[in-house]
Write a protein that binds this ligand. Structure first.
Ligand SMILES: Cc1cc2nc3c(=O)[nH]c(=O)nc-3n(C[C@H](O)[C@H](O)[C@H](O)COP(=O)(O)O)c2cc1C
Length: 166
């Protein structure tokens, strides 16, 4: 079996944000996709160790910022290798508050989606949160970052990522 075959699945790169008890947090994720058209549902696959998973589980709310192709690797590192358990990620971010009260990261965002969780599934290391889209907007019409392009820049993926392979 050649696990590199799994790297041939296409993804984008996103910032998933949520809120809990007035506190904000966010993380990088590639495992986001639209899963239904009526109602419009999106799925986000978040590691159970992540603070963002805890926040989404508790609030039932999340936002997804779709990252631009020229997003600096340092930005991805700060949100994708550090946990909000150890650092206040929103201190350095440009964001706005969405309709549901969750933060929406605007730095390097091409567009964003805001969703209310309607179901969730336990998938061992991760939880799949399915959310109904309640708002969506284009921030700046730029080319989007793909996971493949990120990897071509020698961008790394931590063990908590859905697509991490041993
Ligand atoms: C390129 C990349 C892709 C990632 N994809 C995912 C993903 O799809 N799901 C996930 O749970 N974590 C993913 N991560 C890992 C989280 O961003 C990381 O565990 C983060 O530190 C969690 O932060 P938090 O504890 O503040 O929520 C990815 C990280 C990178 C750099």
């Amino acid at each position: 079996m050649n696990l590199k075959a799994l790297y041939k699945i296409s993804y984008g790169l996103y910032v998933v944000s949520s809120a809990k008890d007035g506190k904000f947090n966010c993380q990088i994720a590639n495992s986001i996709c639209q899963v239904s058209s009526s109602p419009i549902l999106v799925a986000a696959c978040l590691n159970k160790q992540n603070l963002t998973n805890e926040f989404v589980k508790s609030s039932g709310l999340l936002s997804v910022s779709i990252l631009a192709k020229d997003t600096p690797l340092d930005f991805i590192r700060k949100l994708g290798f550090k946990s909000g358990k150890d650092t206040e990620k929103f201190d350095e971010l440009n964001y706005k508050i969405g309709k549901t009260g969750v933060p929406i990261v605007l730095d390097n965002a091409v567009a964003y989606i805001e969703a209310k969780v309607v179901s969730s599934f336990d998938v061992n290391t991760h939880t799949i949160f399915v959310g109904e889209v309640v708002d969506a907007e284009i921030v700046e019409d730029r080319e989007v970052m793909t996971y493949e392009y990120y990897q071509s820049l020698k961008g790394k993926t931590p063990k908590t990522a859905t697509t991490h392979l041993e």
